[in-house]
Design a protein around this ligand. Structure first.
Ligand code: GLY
Ligand code: MN
Ligand code: MN
Length: 438
């Protein structure tokens, strides 16, 4: 399907307007470098999220330059055509085709970047780039600034302001446009299907990596380019390791399995966690803890809407969990006491969500001027409470090694939120029914 360049052009136009409103200048945004894994083998290539958001261009060795002003311009620098290299590594657009296909005003060979930056920077008030993100790029920008300074006697003046372009783009990335939401919904559906497939494949005696393979198979067969992050497939006590990624243990009868896995589709992440019994039936204590986490998630979802503070879902989930920990005999004291002392953190030590988008932990500030920022329609975030019960004195043994997280991806709307990951079952009845039918 040909790429619809309209959303990318619209984002460049908006960024140019924002730059102009901030006093004007030139922005330079580079894509990610290719990285060597060992000797001649590279890590699979992933473009830079900021660069991709503004261009749709997936080749390495590419830089976007935006020039704000009366006649705003967007320029791409990219690899030249090279028949010999294309035989080995595949198609390159080259500047001419890239300009046409992706709708830039100009495109040039990447080899000309340094020379052209000198001209592009001359007499501009400011340079916007990712300050401090990459030493080599900082040096490259400084080099171009110094070349302009060296031209002072011919009348050129160098930009006197260096600004971080990311803070401008982050504000844009926080509110998803229709094109982004369409991709994110599709990514969420693929990942939901992968979780269903994993539930069907799980049985005592299977290995965690076998279940991981089911997830990856489902991602890839629907066109996802990669997992959005390393999949967590954690049976039994492994679920109490928050970033468990070994995925190499045997799944045991009577244990739970926690899977945190989501695909990346056309640059966009999905992020889903489901927890279910290896043998298809929750035990009494597992069910009690599971229903508690589910109730915490429902409480968080109920307060997720435009105008709510970023932290409201976390506060709502934490309150339900803290009361539940008391009711289950895991903690002593009053609800206020447990919340005030933070003793609930023994079993719930992470936050309830994060922004989601091109990056799984997406760009964007969580506070504005020291206050949790208000949610607005178009934000996408995760809602992912959990409980992780390690063996300890005073903790009833029936709950030892139970690790549970339930994570969905939510789009904030004017009067609530829409879960886009609903295709992965999560009620006890739905999970048990699906596993019974498998
Ligand atoms: N999978 C990463 C996270 O849930 O934040
Ligand atoms: Mn998450
Ligand atoms: Mn996750």
């Amino acid at each position: 399907m040909p790429l619809d360049i309209t959303p990318f052009q619209a984002r460049r136009t908006r960024l140019l307007q924002t730059m102009q409103a901030a006093g004007g200048g030139v922005a330079i945004i580079a894509t990610a470098p290719e990285r060597i894994r060992n000797r001649d083998a590279h890590y699979s290539y992933r473009f830079d999220s900021y660069f991709y958001y503004l261009t749709g261009f997936r080749e390495p060795e590419a830089v976007l330059v935006l020039v704000a002003g009366e006649a705003p311009r967007s320029l791409l620098f990219c690899r030249s055509k090279d028949i010999e290299r294309e035989i080995w590594d595949g198609y390159r657009h080259g500047p001419e085709a890239a300009r046409e296909t992706f709708g830039f005003d100009e495109a040039h060979p990447i080899a000309e970047l340094d020379e052209q930056l000198t001209t592009l920077f001359a007499n501009q008030p400011a340079v916007f780039h990712s300050v401090g993100y990459d030493d080599a790029w900082d040096a490259r920008v400084t080099g171009a600034l110094n070349r302009v300074r060296a031209m002072a006697r011919s009348g050129a003046h160098a930009p006197s302001l260096i600004r971080d372009v990311r803070s401008l783009v982050d504000e844009m990335r926080l509110i998803k446009d229709e094109a982004e939401l369409a991709i994110m919904r599709r990514a969420a559906d693929i990942s939901g299907g992968a979780h269903r497939r994993a539930m069907r494949a799980t049985r005592p005696g299977a290995w965690e990596y076998e279940i991981e393979a089911e997830l990856l198979h489902e991602f890839r067969r629907h066109g996802s380019q990669a997992p959005a992050y390393s999949s967590i497939v954690a049976g039994g006590a492994n679920a109490c390791v928050l970033h468990y990624v070994e995925n190499d243990a045997l799944l045991k009868d009577g244990d739970l399995l926690l899977i945190d896995a989501g695909c990346e589709l056309d640059g966009y992440a999905s992020d889903i966690t489901r927890t279910f019994p290896v043998n298809g039936r929750f035990s009494g204590p597992q069910k009690a803890a599971y229903e508690l986490v589910l109730a915490a998630q429902a409480a968080a979802m109920a307060v997720t809407r435009a105008g709510a503070g970023w932290n409201d879902p976390h506060d709502a989930a934490t309150r339900v969990l803290a009361q539940g920990f008391i009711d289950l005999g895991l903690l002593e004291g009053s609800l206020d006491g447990v919340l005030e002392s933070g003793s609930y953190r023994q079993f719930y030590m992470h936050r309830t969500g994060h922004w989601l988008g091109l990056d799984v932990h997406d760009a964007g500030e969580y506070k504005l001027a020291g206050e949790w920022r208000p949610l607005v329609a178009g934000n996408v975030l995760t809602i992912e409470p959990g409980c992780y019960i390690r063996p300890a004195d005073g903790v009833p043994e029936a709950f030892w090694n139970i690790g549970i997280r339930i994570e969905d991806d939510a789009l904030v709307t004017a009067d609530g939120c829409e879960l886009i990951t609903g295709s992965a079952p999560k009620s006890v009845a739905d999970i048990e029914a699906l596993m019974r039918e498998a």
